[in-house]
Design a protein around this ligand. Structure first.
Ligand SMILES: [Fe+2]
Length: 389
């Protein structure tokens, strides 16, 4: 970016409360905002892990009135958002707590939109199409990956179109985010691995995108360094609170980076792969990331060299090209160390050439790949999928 002629925007509107054990402060945060009643939006995994019980105890001790919806599913749908919005309105709640991974937080954001904007949610697809600001969202992530706790985006599935729809709006910044690394300690190993790869995808894509700017670049690089250092020990032992703390931080930093620096071809492709074939978001990103990095390498060898450096590779004395290639190698080694398969076949997904074409076309139409540092056509996107076939 040429600072003499280019301009950019950056804002972080969410109050972050970071620290081990700080979930405890939820009741005080709610009291300060004077919400008469809140709706907790979460999933069965969180309910069964004991974390929901812990949160409810904090609310009861603080004499906070609340309702619980604990049936959020992966890849939240418009249909479920409408159902939760009815519970929210009927029980006269005034704020929504998204407690869980990206699906719970994105559902909470969807409810906030639906509560203040009548009609079909599909009309708000895209950027800044939501007319009215809805009730406040408090985000409490229990995974280190989504970044949704600080972003003004929600991704909701439209089942009719088998399509993952993005809504970006300035009304969607959560009011507060409680980042308590203790909440990560019960995360299953596989989920810790793929959500961590989602965070790495946010960091790498925003750092290298054609929308990158100095603040997002700084955030993206730092997140890459943290993930390179802490994702392996975190996945190996989620009760390692030091590793969990660094991963929680990395995920939020990467979220702040990508909401302004954008994501690109990895996310353009992982959305239709998730929407059509139910491949978990982080897993799809993990398969795609090294391949897309390789495709993008020649757009900026220096940037990929810095990624290699942050991921702990020794680039000393190498040409920029050779150093940049080490960034791809580093990500491949990381996914291998985390026992993440390399191909769609490895996760039992077989795509025909026609199906690949449909995914590539949908990815192209979403516009997400417009931020890719090297331009992509439908044909390029199809060949990227063929590489991970
Ligand atoms: Fe993502």
């Amino acid at each position: 970016m040429n600072l003499l002629k280019d301009s950019f925007e950056f804002g972080l509107h969410t109050q972050i409360h970071f620290g081990v054990g700080r979930l405890q402060e939820l009741a005080d945060i709610i009291k300060k905002s004077n919400y008469a009643r809140v709706l907790i939006c979460t999933d069965k995994g969180i309910a069964n892990s004991g974390a929901l019980e812990r949160l409810e105890r904090i609310l009861k001790n603080g004499e906070i009135q609340y309702e619980v919806f604990d049936e959020v599913e992966p890849d939240p749908t418009i249909r479920v958002v409408k159902k939760v919005e009815k519970i929210f309105t009927d029980s006269q709640c005034e704020a929504i707590i998204g407690f869980g991974g990206g699906s719970s937080i994105d559902t909470a954001k969807g409810v906030s939109i639906a509560a203040a904007n009548p009609g079909d949610l599909t009309q708000f697809e895209g950027k800044n199409q939501v007319p009215n600001k809805g009730p406040d969202v408090i985000a409490i992530p229990t995974t280190a990956g989504t970044g949704s706790e600080v972003t003004h985006a929600t991704v909701l599935k439209d089942e009719e179109r088998k399509y993952k729809m993005g809504i970006l709006s300035e009304h969607l910044h959560p009011k507060a985010a409680i980042l308590d690394p203790e909440l990560l300690t019960t995360l299953p190993r596989g989920l810790a691995a793929v959500t961590g790869m989602d965070a790495l995808s946010h960091a790498v894509e925003s750092y290298t995108s054609n929308q990158a700017q100095p603040i997002t670049e700084a955030l993206g690089l730092h997140a890459i360094e943290l993930i390179g250092k802490w994702l392996r020990p975190f996945v190996a032992d989620r009760t390692n609170i030091e590793a969990a703390s660094h991963m929680m931080m990395a995920s939020t930093i990467a979220g702040a980076a990508f909401i302004w620096g954008r994501v690109a071809a990895v996310h353009a492709l992982s959305h239709p792969l998730g929407g059509r074939y139910k491949i978990a978001h982080g897993l799809a990103n993990a398969l795609l990331l090294p391949v897309v990095m390789e495709y993008n390498l020649s757009s900026n060898f220096q940037k990929f060299k810095r990624i290699a450096d942050q991921l702990g590779e020794n680039t000393h004395g190498l040409s920029d090209r050779s150093a940049a290639e080490l960034a791809v190698k580093a990500v491949q080694n990381l996914t291998a160390d985390l026992d993440i398969p390399k191909t769609l076949t490895g996760i039992n997904v077989e795509l025909s050439d026609d199906e690949i074409q449909v995914v590539a076309e949908e990815a192209f139409k979403s516009g997400i790949a417009n931020a890719n540092p090297k331009q992509v056509t439908v044909k390029d996107l199809a060949s990227i999928i063929k590489t991970i076939k």
